[in-house]
Design a protein around this ligand. Structure first.
Ligand code: PLP
Length: 370
């Protein structure tokens, strides 16, 4: 396959443009360098060795993961300084302990006193300490303690004072930037999250605690505000691929999106004015339903086509308006889908086909599971 044209692949296939990935990664590195903040890239979008090497510039240090499977995958391949940024799941404490005892710096996330209790009950061997980040919910509305909650400072103090535990940092994910449209709105949320986090750091300082601080999402880190330079780290991830959603939010242009799903026309349905394609939700995911004029994806080079619905292995494509000219789409015609949400789409594929300048370079194999 190496050196072959993209069209030689069996469909559906996930295609990754290596040049765009490298460019997206470099731009984020440059932005963080300019801002004077440490970049801790999130691996959740691709979950591959190759993507991680590009995002860390080959250092194999300072990453964040969403699953313990990712943590083990990277830990087994020479990565270290890994932050498992997910509210500590009690069923996985033992596996977290094993990683903490094996790596120089494996870090977990806590947002409840009971989680801290679980850690103190499982003392690490050889005098090692648990490295713990406190998760804040700064208007994101998912995991974390509210920075305004007096219990948040108490929990930070309890972590800092617990035997065999160290408070490494405070972590806030500004996923609420996903409700934004345009740079101004993105930067307003980035500013709000930064201020809430920095104010919380002041509260910690007042009780004698200093530790790292980290916020981030792809929208906020694609358009950072100056005050983010006062944080220790940022932790975006999706930027390595970007997607249609990010282009609509205003994080990037459609031109920056590094991934496509190759699909082919497999049926003509003139009675419904529709084409059938060989990509259903198993090849694309159902993320983005109802969000686009063109349905579940943007069909590259065909702005007037719409992916209206999908079943497991089939997609239905029709014109945005008017009658379909079936002669323009003979059976076998390849089409490129630009995904709405690259993280969800990538998850559907056991391998990614990497290319440069229209030629296949090889495959990346992601890790899966939890
Ligand atoms: C906890 C956490 N941190 C960081 C990120 C990275 O954000 P993004 O995907 O916007 O780059 C995510 C993404 O979902 C997340 O859940």
């Amino acid at each position: 396959m190496e050196g072959g044209a993209l069209w030689t692949l069996c469909s559906p296939a996930l295609l990754v443009d290596a040049d765009k990935v490298k460019r997206n990664a470099q731009r984020m590195k440059d932005r963080c360098l300019e801002l004077g903040v440490q970049l801790r890239p999130h691996m959740k979008t691709h979950k591959t060795l190759e993507g991680a090497d590009i995002m860390t510039g080959g250092s194999r240090r300072c990453i964040v993961v969403s699953t313990l499977a990712e943590a083990c995958f990277y830990g087994d391949r020479g990565f270290d300084d890994i932050l498992y940024a997910y509210s500590l799941p009690f069923d996985k404490v033992e596996r977290c302990a094993a990683l903490s005892e094996r790596l120089d710096l494996f870090q977990v996330l806590v947002d409840h006193p009971e989680a801290l209790e679980r850690l103190t009950k499982r003392r690490l061997r050889d005098g090692r300490r648990w490295h713990v980040w406190l998760k804040l919910d700064c208007s994101n509305g998912r995991a974390g303690v509210l920075p305004s909650d007096p219990g948040a400072v108490k929990l930070a103090q309890a972590i800092a004072e617990a035997e065999g535990v160290e408070l490494t940092g405070v972590y806030a994910h500004c996923g609420n930037t996903y409700n934004c449209k345009g740079v101004e709105q993105i930067q307003a949320v980035a500013q709000e999250t930064t201020e809430s986090t920095l104010q919380f750091m002041e509260k910690l300082k007042a009780v004698g605690i200093t530790c790292k601080s980290s916020i981030g999402s792809t929208p906020s880190c694609s358009h950072p505000v100056k005050d983010m330079s006062r944080l220790s780290e940022v932790h975006p991830g999706n930027y390595v691929f970007y997607d249609v959603q990010q282009s609509l939010i205003g994080s990037c242009s459609l031109e920056d999106v590094a991934v496509r799903v190759l699909t082919r026309v497999i049926g003509h349905c003139p009675h419904r004015n529709q084409l059938l394609v060989d990509c259903g939700w198993c090849g694309l995911s159902l993320d983005g339903a109802g969000k686009l004029r063109t349905g579940y994806a943007v069909i590259e080079g065909h702005p007037d086509l719409k992916l209206v619905s999908m079943t497991q292995e089939h997609g239905r494509v029709e014109p945005v308006s008017g009658a379909l000219d079936f002669s323009s789409y003979p059976l076998g015609t390849p089409l490129m889908l630009i995904p709405y949400h690259a993280c969800a789409t990538a998850m559907m594929h056991p391998v990614y086909h990497v290319h440069s300048a229209g030629r296949l370079l090889g495959q990346w194999t992601p890790t899966r599971g939890w």
